[in-house]
Design a binder for this molecule. Sequence first.
Ligand code: ATP
Ligand code: MG
Length: 303
Amino acid sequence: MHYRFLHQPSCYFPFARLRVYSASHLLCGAGLSKYPGDMSRVIAIANQKGGVGKTTTAINLGASLAVAEQRTLIVDTDPQANASSGLGIRPGEDLRTVYDVIVEGYSAAETILREVQFPCLDLIPSTRDLVGAEIEIVEAHEREHILRRALEPIRDHYDFILVDCPPSLGLLTLNTLVAADSVLIPIQCEFYALEGLSRLLNTVRVVQKGLNPTLEIEGVLLTMYDRRLNLSRQVADEAREYFGGKVYGSTIPRNVALAEAPSFGQPIIQYDVLSTGARGYLALAQEVMAQGPGSPAVAGGLP
Ligand code: ATP
Ligand code: MG
């Protein structure tokens, strides 16, 4: 009970601000600027396998970029709306959502929630209504390009746009891959971690061949990594064998604070900036900011 009380946002807030400042200081103090070229970058966070850490990455990479004063937008395209709730948006709140953009034709600008938790962090939330969207847009003109067209007018307002994908390769994920400059693939360090990845990579190839020829692999992120376990090391070795230098040097450890933070509607750097999970995502943000645009190469021979 005492533990829960400590983490109520209202009680925790002043302390959180101090901690967030130190996170910001950590990144900005490193003198990092984003990748050369100074353009906005739209990154789809995708893996059709469920529970691998896509949403946790969208929220916490987004927050870590925002405290480094990178103007960041998170777009929640998953009907589960976990990225929205993890950032403190309650289901049922009367808000415009990505459903209104994709199905109803609202502009992205009309749906953006500004300054969510941090001054540099914006969000286009999701809603359960999105479940029906794939069927509702089946007949739409250039149905794979809807999200791309919607993000085009606002992308220059941001340094990074992170799109949290649902665990499927349906029309919503296809829309994000067409809208994106690159795809970040989280891989959970568990048995069969790479199984099924060839389907995602095939989809990426198909998109590269027609719908979005400039789509790149941004990076591969090892999540729920435990360096004491042989299994984690094996998954890391296999991932490096297939993806080479595309695998981020930063890994995200299995960390209970990362699993707890969403129930308080807070990114990890607000909930517990000293946790190993927070350090993992802050380090990842540094890597993402420092690295240039990815290469279009996609490895073959996966299961
Ligand atoms: P889905 O495919 O359902 O959208 P996902 O790929 O978005 O899932 P998450 O929701 O980010 O995955 O994570 C799945 C579960 O694992 C969540 O309960 C999350 O809190 C927890 N989790 C994610 N990353 C970690 C971690 N590094 N350590 C501990 N728990 C984690
Ligand atoms: Mg998710």
